[in-house]
Ligand binder design. Structure first.
Ligand SMILES: [Zn+2]
Length: 90
């Protein structure tokens, strides 16, 4: 008698791709934009630094983040150095 060979290629049919692109719609959180948490204030006179306004008189164009201000910048009101500014946290 003959032994019937197993037909087919032996691949199970239980794992069918359903066309669902898993992981594609899951992007990494890229929320590193300017936010309201970027507020600084002069520790000497209390003058706030607004990144939206910058300090045009001091050579800081509007939209400059405090971290991007040169270290030789100083408070336009009292002349305190940048290092004397403190970060304001809500
Ligand atoms: Zn000041």
């Amino acid at each position: 008698m003959r032994v019937a060979s197993v037909a087919g290629n032996g691949r199970p049919l239980s794992l069918q791709p359903l066309g669902a692109e898993v992981g594609v719609a899951y992007g990494p959180p890229m929320s590193t934009g300017p936010g309201p948490e970027d507020r600084w204030e002069c520790g000497s006179c209390g003058t706030p630094y607004d990144p939206d306004e910058g300090d045009p008189d001091g050579g800081i164009p509007p939209g400059t983040r405090f971290e991007d201000i040169p270290d030789d910048w100083y408070c336009p009101v009292c002349g305190a150095s940048k290092s004397e500014f403190v970060r304001i946290e809500d």
